[in-house]
Design a binder for this molecule. Structure first.
Ligand SMILES: [Zn+2]
Length: 403
């Protein structure tokens, strides 16, 4: 296929990449840019905000009045680049030619220009191409409206989009399909694992380390819980029913951080650790967490005998539900048709897709660029991928049916 990317789409992608929307920062510059652009076309945006109004989601309907619509979903935030080795400015949005290269594993990176910058692949280019085609959606005679659903705080736990979905429901909007434009090389993705993270705080009872029987060692209790998480991980690997197609075809568990203790001769009062489950779509992460809680309650019984004020508490850090749809679902077939890719894939990363699906909206993940470049130094997306995405958008504007 040879496609030409419109100048306008490329310029918009560059504009969005040049805005610093790292999750820790405000995304309002980007949201206002999109809102103003849509305003000029006579399209009103619905904004939903975070608590201190420094970040917003944007929801807009292009083709209001049509009986139903298809969502184009993208997150506006990016991961940071601190400490990464970039050879280009992460906010440059520069386009550079690439001579092509064959890698050790045999795959060939095609020749052609690339757009560089943080968020180029993940996933500002998708948002830009949708926006650049707004007029096409407005003028289209397709029976479907197109909804733009652009969220904040995806990268830190899919927080923003929950507000957006709730607001959409409240407004009585009932989309027939949702396309999440995360980078899949424009191959429709029909499943990903869930990502569930918790922080566990253990409060023990302090003592001089020569008097251990009068103390409750918070690190040791936390370590038992860490051991429990590890045992569960080994259990998944040993005996969980496999879901072929994932890089790791079973659920995983992992402890990512551990803090505790103040001195060698003090039995520590406090310890804390963070852990995650990445569950297969066929496995239940909350049931996994229940096992951890049951074990914690058991430990607590012993701890309280020594120190009534001791205890173990848990705090949810993120809950990104897994996503699973069928290759035969009409929304998958629509994405296959529009992308020209008859195949489907599974992806290793979490997305907002499970949240849309759980809200009763048939959903598929399909967007330009590769996750291999996302979150990496010198993140880029090829203009070829962007052109393919634009062909997809043009097709969407003409879609007469989902399926
Ligand atoms: Zn992303």
């Amino acid at each position: 296929m040879s496609h030409v990317l419109s100048n306008r789409a490329l310029e918009m992608a560059q504009t969005l990449v040049r805005m610093n929307t790292v999750s820790a920062n405000s995304n309002l510059e980007l949201i206002e840019y999109v809102r103003d652009h849509l305003n000029a076309l006579g399209v009103r945006s619905r904004l939903t905000w975070n608590a201190d109004k420094t970040k917003a989601n944007l929801f807009a309907t292009l083709g209001a009045g049509k009986p139903s619509g298809i969502i184009l979903s993208g997150h506006t935030d990016t991961v940071p680049w601190d400490g990464q080795d970039w050879t280009v400015d992460p906010l440059s949005g520069s386009v550079q030619d690439w001579p092509g290269e064959e890698f050790a594993d045999g795959h060939v990176e095609q020749i052609g220009p690339r757009l560089y910058g943080r968020g180029s692949a993940d996933m500002k280019a998708f948002i830009a191409i949708a926006l650049a085609n707004a007029e096409r959606f407005l003028e289209s005679e397709s029976p479907f409206a197109v909804h733009f659903a652009f969220s904040y705080d995806e990268e830190v736990g899919c927080f923003g989009v929950r507000e957006l979905i709730a607001d959409m429901k409240e407004a009585g909007v009932k989309p027939v399909a949702c396309i999440v434009g995360e980078p899949t090389n424009m191959v429709p993705a029909i499943a990903h694992k869930g990502v569930y993270r918790w922080r566990c705080c253990v409060r023990g009872k302090e003592a001089h380390s020569s008097l251990t029987p009068q103390s409750v060692n918070a690190i040791e209790m936390a370590a038992r819980l860490v051991g429990k998480v590890r045992d569960m991980a080994e259990g998944f690997e040993r005996s969980e029913a496999r879901y072929e197609g994932f890089d790791v075809p079973f659920s995983t568990a992992s402890v990512g951080q551990f803090h505790g203790g103040i001195a060698d001769n003090v039995v520590p009062r406090d310890a804390e650790f963070r852990y995650e489950f990445r569950n297969l779509p066929t496995a239940d992460a909350l049931a996994m967490q229940k096992d951890v809680l049951a074990y914690a309650r058991q430990l607590e019984t012993g701890m309280k005998k020594v120190g009534p004020d001791t205890g173990i508490s848990f705090e949810t850090i993120c809950e990104i539900p897994s996503f699973l749809t069928s290759a035969r679902d009409p929304v998958t077939r629509l994405a296959q048709r529009l992308s020209g890719n008859a195949s489907t894939t599974l992806v290793a990363f979490g997305t907002e897709a499970g949240l849309f699906k759980n809200a009763g909206i048939p959903t598929v993940v399909c967007g330009p660029g590769s996750i291999t470049q996302a979150h990496q130094p010198d993140e880029y997306v090829t203009l070829d991928q962007l052109a393919r995405c634009e062909v997809f958008m043009r097709g969407l504007a003409l879609a007469r049916e989902v399926g």
